[in-house]
Design a protein around this ligand. Structure first.
Ligand SMILES: NC(=O)c1ccc[n+]([C@@H]2O[C@H](COP(=O)([O-])OP(=O)(O)OC[C@H]3O[C@@H](n4cnc5c(N)ncnc54)[C@H](OP(=O)(O)O)[C@@H]3O)[C@@H](O)[C@H]2O)c1
Ligand code: SF4
Ligand code: SF4
Length: 380
């Protein structure tokens, strides 16, 4: 295992972190964690040098923390730093902070969690937490020993990210979505460097884009990978690209099989900011370009077409559809589409044409919405 610096802390983190969000389950129920297989995976990871474990209140329908509480018994807890997250969306009043943290500590069977993150901060959740004096509360919880260090995970635009980084001097870590496709998405490369430059440890989630860069790569992508002088799986290419960034502290992977744990441990052992050659990096650039070419709708996400009078979420629908086509994977796109409100879906379009007149890419929005709605609206 390779170990890397962790912001201002005098502690080195394993290059690979264990994300407890995609554990094997029995049947189709996310809540039914296959404890035997998942425990074997977790112990293999820790025995292989992993010293960072990430979970959250809501993972696996609320069962991930309880699973870890059990699986980290027998001395494993002492070998790792444990991170969990406050479900910001469940906080309505100041008393909720203590209630939720105490419940989490109980589930995890620990008196203290090493890293406590405000989960999925964005432009709406951050002001809400600030108004509820979340930072004052967190400082009290650090002082009384229930929280070791404070951080946040993030899903929004770069300017919101910078505002949050600058909004508190006491952050130890920031967790961002980052992979070779998302260099300009959400915090992106600029956010990564911004946070690291301010002394925060940057924890990376979705390094394989939730598995999309490895699950079923389309033939033109596989053809490109085949040109590489060093053979690597698509998963390893994605992970190594993230480890190549010196500002990254730890790369979380939500592994779902023991084989993936074993493969990712061996990738992590080879990892480092100088592993990929100039030619390797150029090949990754080609793969990124090829993926983008595979996106059928030339939507840039500029949002000039919004607001739609019927509230249709035009660019998000196009993003889901493009992702499904690019990554040859309908499942995640259909799931995200199902989370849209009824009025945000393609079927709510009344064909008024207002959006088409505003789109700088001259996209035939109405026709594409029909097609996307048909494909994404089907049951999985
Ligand atoms: N705070 C937040 O808002 C938030 C959001 C997302 C994630 N997270 C955290 O970050 C962690 C990492 O994110 P992620 O799970 O999305 O990471 P990821 O590594 O991008 O995706 C995980 C998926 O990649 C695939 N995979 C992993 N290793 C592989 C290998 N060696 N070969 C082939 N496929 C492989 C698996 O897909 P299959 O299961 O299809 O095989 C796995 O489920 C999560 O587990 C969670 O702890 C936090
Ligand atoms: S054409 Fe459809 S999507 Fe476009 S603005 Fe009108 S209702 Fe909204
Ligand atoms: S205006 Fe066109 S390019 Fe911009 S988000 Fe809307 S559909 Fe996409």
């Amino acid at each position: 295992m390779q170990y890397r610096t962790f912001g201002r802390l005098d502690w080195r983190v394993s290059a690979l972190g264990f994300g407890a969000m995609r554990l094997p389950v029995l049947g189709d129920e996310a809540k039914q964690i296959d404890a035997e297989r998942a425990t074997e995976m977790l112990h293999t990871a820790i025995d292989g040098g992993v010293n960072y474990v990430d979970t959250a209140y809501g993972y696996h329908g609320g069962k991930s923390e309880g699973f870890l509480g059990q699986a980290l018994q027998g001395g494993y807890r002492q070998r790792v730093m444990l991170a969990t997250k406050l479900p910001c969306w469940l906080v309505e009043k100041p008393d909720d902070f203590d209630r939720l943290l105490n419940e989490q500590l109980e589930r995890l069977q620990v008196p203290q969690v090493d890293f406590y993150l405000f989960h999925a901060l964005n432009g709406k959740a951050w002001p809400k937490l600030r108004d509820l004096k979340a930072l004052d509360w967190a400082e009290r919880a650090m002082a009384d020993g229930r929280i070791g260090h404070l951080g946040f995970s993030f899903h929004d635009s770069l300017d919101v990210f910078q505002e949050i980084v600058d909004g508190y001097d006491g952050w130890t870590l920031a967790q961002i979505q980052y992979n070779y496709m998302d260099t300009d998405y959400q915090a992106g490369t600029q956010g990564l460097r911004y946070a690291a430059g301010k002394g925060l440890a940057v924890v990376v989630m979705e390094p394989i884009r939730g598995g999309m860069l490895a699950r079923t790569p389309p033939a033109p992508i596989l053809k490109l990978w085949d040109q590489a002088p060093v053979r690597r799986s698509p998963a390893e290419w994605a992970l190594q690209w993230v480890w190549q960034q010196p500002e990254v502290s730890v790369v979380l992977s939500g592994m779902s099989t023991l084989e993936q744990v074993v493969e990712n441990l061996s990738s992590a052992a080879r990892s480092g900011p100088a592993l990929l050659t100039v030619d390797d990096l150029a090949l990754v650039d080609q793969v990124r370009d090829k993926y983008r070419e595979l996106a059928p709708i030339p939507c840039t996400g500029c949002q000039y077409c919004l607001p739609c009078p019927s509230e249709v979420a035009i660019p998000r629908i196009f993003e889901f559809y493009n992702d499904a086509m690019m990554y040859n994977d309908l499942g995640p796109a259909r799931l995200r589409y199902s989370w849209l409100k009824e009025e945000e879906r393609a079927s709510a379009c009344e064909e008024c044409g207002a959006c088409e007149a505003l789109c700088p890419q001259a996209i035939e929005i109405i026709e594409w919405l029909k097609k996307a709605g048909e494909v994404l609206g089907q049951q999985q």
